[in-house]
Design a protein around this ligand. Structure first.
Ligand code: ZN
Length: 296
């Protein structure tokens, strides 16, 4: 079974000094492309659905695509909810086959965030799922919610420590200076803060807003404690641009499967490149073996 526990996945990645790429699928083909890419380079994979995507397709189709595509895969694949805010949606993810969920109550005051996270934590752990939770506020646009640069604020290390004492998280999302969407100007990543939070919490960290960060920055974040790197905006652009470009290059070709094929290959190329960049290539089967050993 390649549908694995998210917490085990990220602990293994962290101790191996690499990160698992987390991509947000937008349809069946993008899901299939990420699984094929992961298998081709033997890398572990996190597919994470945004709330928007769940509202568009419903829970059941997404869960069944995941099971069909990844159920017998030779590499470990998890189905994660990205930035969950709606408790009913989260509950249904737990019931329909997601392997982990993120609760994002980072826009609330810290004590309220703790309380909401606790509700989700109890619900998820009862169902055998791991969770991701966030403190501080990551800037940019996520789920049509815009966090302006002046409202984004970095995570407080004391709060981070308290938070991770309270919950045994699968992965911890602390705002460390990255932003969602494309960066305007130089991103200001707080490397010291990543290091301090990881040292004090010993919880693998998630790097949100991975699109547009250069390789060196990402490698440094991984070396300091990040074990999950999120790539969403990049895929959105490749998805639309590759489709449009095919038509520009072949204006008389109205065979839809050829257009979709070009789009599929372009997505796969992005997935392979990112998984390789984060150090996951060649780690998939070994990770799966280790998870199976731990689970016995
Ligand atoms: Zn995010």
């Amino acid at each position: 079974m390649a549908l694995v526990n998210f917490k085990q996945m990220l602990r293994i990645a962290r101790s191996g000094g690499y990160a698992v790429a987390a991509f947000n699928p937008v349809d069946y083909a993008s899901m299939r492309a990420m699984v094929e890419a992961a298998e081709e380079i033997d890398a572990p994979l996190i597919m994470q659905t945004s709330a928007k995507t769940i509202r568009y397709y419903g829970h059941e189709p997404l869960a069944s695509w995941y099971k069909q595509l990844a159920g017998e895969s030779p590499v470990p694949v998890t189905l994660h909810l990205d930035h969950g805010k709606d408790l009913d949606m989260i509950k249904k993810c737990i019931e329909t086959g997601w392997t982990s969920v993120m609760i994002d109550a980072s826009d609330r005051p810290f004590e309220e965030n703790l309380e909401i996270t606790k509700q989700v934590y109890d619900m998820a752990t009862a169902g055998g799922l791991a969770i991701e939770a966030e403190i501080g506020e990551i800037g940019g646009v996520e789920e049509d919610i815009i966090v302006a640069e002046e409202d984004a604020h970095l995570a407080n290390p004391d709060e981070a420590e308290r938070f991770c004492k309270e919950f045994d998280l699968g992965v911890f999302a602390a705002a460390i200076g990255t932003a969602h969407g494309y960066y305007h100007g130089e991103p200001k990543v707080a490397f010291d803060l990543i290091e301090e939070i990881y040292q004090r919490t010993q919880t693998p960290m998630a790097l949100h807003g991975g699109t547009g960060l250069d390789e060196e920055t990402i490698a440094r974040c991984i070396s300091l404690g990040c074990a999950k790197v999120n790539i969403s905006t990049n895929l959105k652009h490749i998805f639309v641009d590759s489709f449009a470009q095919y038509h520009v290059d072949h204006p008389k070709d109205y065979e839809p499967l050829k257009v979709l094929g070009a789009q599929f290959e372009a997505m796969k190329e992005l997935f392979r490149a990112k998984m390789t960049e984060f150090g996951g290539a060649g780690k998939g089967a070994a990770m799966l073996g280790e998870i199976q050993k731990q689970s016995v």
